[in-house]
Design a protein. Sequence first.
Length: 136
Amino acid sequence: MKKFLILLLILPLALMAEFKSIDAQTLLKMQKEGVPVIDIRTPQEWQQRGIIQGAHLIMFFDDRGRPHAREWMEKFTQLVKSKEAPVILYCAHANRSKAVGRWLSDKMGYQKVYELRGGIEYGWRDKGMPVGRIEN
């Protein structure tokens, strides 16, 4: 009976959570509406391949693939004040942003998590969208 009650309490949260892939035009529209965009790549990637203008640069995985979830969440929660607020993530090819997005949605309870389909390489640069550079 306890398991059933717990399931009844958790199920509505899972149904409300939204994790979705979006295209570059949708990202731009949402960004203009004030939705934060977070680049989770490494500083080396930001330097080498550029960034989406206006994105917040918060590395999640280091260059060896190790996650830094606690430090990342400290910075993330400064930008995203509630679990109901929308947020957009991106990385190079969308593999890492999908993993982090699902984690935020499924495990952490964030309800409106989006990721750039194809990442900055295949969902942005390949579409002719502009990239910014960061200063050393």
